[in-house]
Design a protein around this ligand. Structure first.
Ligand code: ZN
Length: 186
């Protein structure tokens, strides 16, 4: 398949909700391959379909480090079915080249999704691991939510976005997750 252009923050498609996949067809498998090719070409940890301009509920993640064999994981129609704990850590996104900021995330998540054979699986990611954060980050993309919507400091995030010539924070999109706030304050 092919390395696609990654849409940058400011492009409308990134804010649009994605459609469920009804059948893991050839079209979807091609999309998965494009996502992997593009993610690896950009040295990313994850990539969601809307980032290459396709609003389907599909993302790929590979949290293996450089000296480990590739370990791509494909999530089709993912759903986070359990979440707990809270953690603040720095995050970035291929749609925000070079811009990193602190975001709030759940520490542990359990996700249910379909694999490339259309079979359902359940995966648990714990302890604020890269995988746990990547799942939340990529899953958000499918609902038009971006990592900066979870930022801990809106003003600092705005400065970083300006530095890299990206549009400012959209205050209407900032997320007030009361459960997450409570976890953080414990
Ligand atoms: Zn992203």
């Amino acid at each position: 398949m092919a390395v696609k252009k990654v849409l940058k923050y400011g492009e409308k498609t990134l804010r649009e909700p994605s459609k469920e996949v009804h059948k893991v067809s050839k079209k979807i498998l091609d999309l998965v391959q494009d996502l992997m090719d593009t993610m690896y070409a950009q040295n990313g940890v994850g990539l969601a379909a809307p980032q290459i301009g396709v609003n389907y509920r599909v993302f790929v993640i590979d949290v293996s480090s450089n000296n480990e064999p590739l370990n791509p994981q494909v999530f089709i129609n993912p759903k986070i079915i359990k979440k707990s704990g809270a953690v603040i850590s720095q995050e970035g996104c291929l749609s925000f080249p070079e811009a990193y900021t602190d975001v709030k995330r759940y520490k542990n998540v359990m996700v249910k999704a379909l694999d490339i054979n259309g079979r359902q699986f359940v995966l648990e990611a714990k302890d604020g691991s890269l995988l746990a954060r990547a799942i939340q980050h990529e899953n958000d993309h499918l609902d038009g939510i971006l990592f900066i919507d979870h930022c801990t400091n809106r003003f600092e995030a705005d400065e970083i976005l300006a530095k890299y010539n990206l549009p400012p924070i959209d205050p209407d999109k900032l997320i007030k997750d009361d459960i997450l706030e409570k976890e953080l304050n414990q």
